[in-house]
Design a protein around this ligand. Structure first.
Ligand SMILES: Cc1cc2nc3c(=O)[nH]c(=O)nc-3n(C[C@H](O)[C@H](O)[C@H](O)COP(=O)(O)OP(=O)(O)OC[C@H]3O[C@@H](n4cnc5c(N)ncnc54)[C@H](O)[C@@H]3O)c2cc1C
Length: 475
């Protein structure tokens, strides 16, 4: 590739990878199901270098894919099989906490900062960064913004979009847009930062972000509940919202199969309750004061739930270690599912009140395509996002003539149910390459048309992550 010597002189030899072995981790998706090819991987260490790389690609009309922690689950951060001429632009060397403004409750960081490092940096200042998810030890702030990541803190802090005050972006022509103001009020026309939130690398490289900070949580009260049905879990959620809605930090549900998989496939994970139960909920109350008031409120709601027969069994965390252990169980679901079989993962959201109906109807829809398939369910129930995962064995997957087509049929059947219930087929993981078909089917024409026009305007030569997010051909 003719640009490689230019990249080497811009970035230094060590920051340009061309050997297949060195490039392999950047060319394979997190689940290991999808591997592509690229001409090289470049590792710039500051915004100026990113702009130089992008300008060189623009002049030579070379496509590129921005890559963060490569933890996205929809094949959006890796090159495809026919992408031998592409450049992978990894942000992994851009990890500076640029500044903290405590009076403004904000922090400005390089986009390559790992989410957990940002959380730690905020905590060192006595503040909290509100986004939290299972991949937080590897995913990056830029990737979170590009996918508008959700996770387990959405009830209290919102999605990533709600936690961004400003962005710095290298545009596809190499210009740098410096929008890193920490303003909480700014009514000067369109708020352009939102264009890049959820853009999945199709509109530019996010190189920096100013993030909202919150008071550091100092008090927690947690319970692990067993409930008979998703409807019971929802009814208990209603009790919590009525009594302590303002401090409800998380409300995470999983079915028995999901819990069993974590316990069987991830080391050092223990069952929170002694007996087996069909459905489980991890609830967290979180606040800045002391733990006594939170604990009392938790006990009061649990008592009401038990009396009403909505809760079958419950354990209350008596110390931080127990709380952490339960969160480790919750955060291990994706790792466990990866080892347990071929999970056909979906990411729909429906109105919270429609979750029980969704689970029932989606189960029937999935079984119509793959009769009897075990269904793994793990849900951010508090925000209506249900990871509904029909499972195939490794042998079954290999026996299918076209496993990816089969998986698409199953996902489509599930997503159709979400659509019929007024929901979405992609709540937090994004579209990537995996869901462009659903995008064509379920997104309104007018929305697709506007998105295509924006893409054409910002990236006229279609060099940024082409073929991702938007379906390539109009219906
Ligand atoms: C164990 C596990 C648990 C997870 N749990 C959750 C969860 O609860 N909630 C949730 O929302 N997601 C979850 N995910 C998915 C994933 O972690 C998120 O989508 C995350 O935001 C991706 O960040 P990343 O840095 O890994 O991005 P990548 O995977 O590297 O990239 C994702 C997309 O963003 C683009 N991109 C990356 N960086 C930039 C940049 N700087 N500028 C422009 N575009 C960029 C890429 O081109 C790609 O299209 C989970 C994943 C795993 C493996």
């Amino acid at each position: 590739m003719s640009l490689i010597p230019q990249f080497r002189s811009l970035l230094g030899d060590a920051a340009v990878l061309t050997e297949a072995a060195a490039m392999a981790p950047y060319a394979e998706d997190w689940r290991g199901r999808y591997r592509g090819n690229a001409a090289c991987v470049v590792l710039p260490s500051n915004t100026g270098q990113v702009a130089q790389v992008v300008r060189a690609c623009a002049e030579a009309r070379v496509p590129l894919v921005p890559q963060g922690g490569n933890t996205s689950l929809c094949e959006g951060a890796v090159p495809g099989k026919g992408d031998e001429g592409w450049v992978v632009l990894s942000l992994q060397r851009m990890r500076r906490i640029r500044s903290v403004d405590l009076a403004n409750n904000s922090m400005t960081v390089d986009a390559g900062c790992v989410l957990a490092a940002v959380q730690d940096a905020a905590a060192e200042q006595g503040r909290q960064y509100g986004v939290s998810l299972g991949a937080e030890g590897s995913c990056q702030i830029g990737g979170n913004i590009a996918t508008n990541a959700g996770g387990t803190g959405v009830l209290r802090y919102g999605n990533t979009r709600d936690n961004i005050l400003g962005l710095e972006v290298v545009l596809p022509d190499g210009r740098i847009w410096s929008g890193l103001n920490g303003l909480r009020k700014n009514n000067t026309g369109l708020d352009l930062k939102h264009l890049f939130v959820g853009s999945e690398g199709t509109l530019g490289v996010i190189t920096g972000a100013t993030l909202k900070l919150h008071p550091l949580t100092t008090a927690y009260a947690n319970a692990w509940m067993a409930v008979p049905t998703p409807q019971a879990a929802l009814d208990v959620l209603g009790l919590f919202q009525q009594r302590v809605g303002g401090v409800l930090g998380a409300y995470e549900m999983m079915n028995a199969l999901q819990l069993d998989i974590v316990l069987a496939h991830v080391e050092n994970r223990r069952a929170p309750l002694a007996a087996t139960h069909p459905w489980h909920v991890l609830v967290e109350l979180a606040d800045t004061g002391g733990e006594d008031a939170l604990g009392e409120a938790l006990q009061e709601v649990l008592r009401r739930g038990l009396e009403a027969g909505l809760i079958l069994d419950v354990a209350v965390a008596t110390n931080r270690a127990q709380r952490d252990a339960w969160w480790q169980v919750r955060h291990s679901v994706t790792e466990g599912n990866k080892k347990a079989g071929m999970g056909i993962a979906t990411d729909p959201a429906v109105p919270v009140s429609a979750v029980p109906a969704f689970i029932e109807r989606a189960t029937a829809a999935a079984h119509a395509v793959l009769p009897g398939a075990p269904i793994i369910i793990v849900a951010h129930l508090g925000d209506g996002n249900v990871h509904f995962i029909p499972q195939a064995s490794f042998a079954q997957w290999e026996s299918w003539a076209d496993p990816h087509a089969m998986a698409s049929r199953i996902k489509h059947a599930v997503n159709q149910v979400a659509h019929e219930l007024g929901g979405t087929f992609s709540a937090e993981h994004g579209i990537g390459q995996a869901l462009t078909g659903d995008m064509a089917e379920f997104k309104a024409d007018v929305e697709l048309d506007l998105m295509r026009r924006i893409k054409q305007l910002v990236d006229p030569h279609n060099l940024f992550n082409p073929g991702r997010l938007l379906p390539s051909h109009p219906r």
